[in-house]
Design a protein. Sequence first.
Length: 352
Amino acid sequence: MDSTPLTDVPAAPAPRAPRRRLDRTGPFEVGDKVQLADTKNRMHTITLREGGEFHSHRGVLAHDALIGQDDGIVVEDSRGTLYQALRPLYADYMLSMPRGAAIIYPKDSAQILMWGDIFPGARVLEAGVGSGGLTTALLRAVGPEGSVRSIERREDFAQVARENVETYFGAPHPAWDLEIGDFQDVALRLAAEGPVADRVVLDMLAPWECVDAAATALVSGGVFLAYVATVTQLSRTAEALRAHGEFVEPSAWESFVRPWHLEGLAVRPEHRMNAHTGFLITARRAAHGTRALTRFRRPAPGSQDAAELDHPDNEGFGGSEGVWSAEDLGERGVAPRKIKRALRDIRQGRDR
Ligand SMILES: C[S@@+](CC[C@H](N)C(=O)[O-])C[C@H]1O[C@@H](n2cnc3c(N)ncnc32)[C@H](O)[C@@H]1O
């Protein structure tokens, strides 16, 4: 047996992260995005170009002072202003990327990856794509062995998403497929010959309309997850999952992240926080053809009452039968000029 002490064995070099545009480490290169923070924590994001310059009201910083340098160095502009230079993290990119539709915030995408059980190699079916924020998180989690098939009904949003995702990864992602259409139609077509998805992730106004198609596309034991903004959407999704019969009892929650102020002895919660973003609801798919065991519970009086659900106060939320409109659920339209501005900003490498 080899008795060489382990301390004498040279350590194996740590494997390097794949060198994709933002998903990588190493010295700064031309084309990289770099975040510059001054001593007041004012942030500027630049995209490195040979001979490029960053101008602020304070002075000028040559991009060449960063190219080839280590991530995390401190640089000085022509007037002596110091900047901490760092490659943006995924969460930084997500919060600043140009958008048409509202994105899912990092605190929620973190929950989605964990409780949606998005594993390396998973086959994920996602809708809608919106600005591509969550898509990027899903692609990072499934890795090169997995796949993300995204379905978006609006061509203009799909274009913003495609450009955001490709900007993040620096090229079209080999595990990503984006299709224009309604989830209900596309998922059923994809699953014509059998289930195709380990996980279904929905971020849209009416996920309850997609429950049947999701059940067809999901493998037995797969996970359904939806992100919704309002209680009425949450309730309708839960009831649709129960009514389907082949989903195990759904669970729902919301998360709050309260940032803290850290300064000497003044360590306390920040005064402000984003109190509400959305709710998450998940349910496991029972084996195909198997009715899921339901938990015995006595319904709360009135909770299933058609007369109550159809009361005029609930108009617009559909009650048991009715229809809903996007405005009923608090969605505001997105003006075409907002989409044009988002595309222009992505192409110019600008952050918001
Ligand atoms: C809030 S956005 C999604 C944002 C996205 N998760 C992100 O992080 O950037 C909702 C999107 O769902 C799309 N959508 C709504 N219903 C849909 C359906 N049934 N099938 C496909 N897309 C749908 C809308 O067009 C919209 O782009």
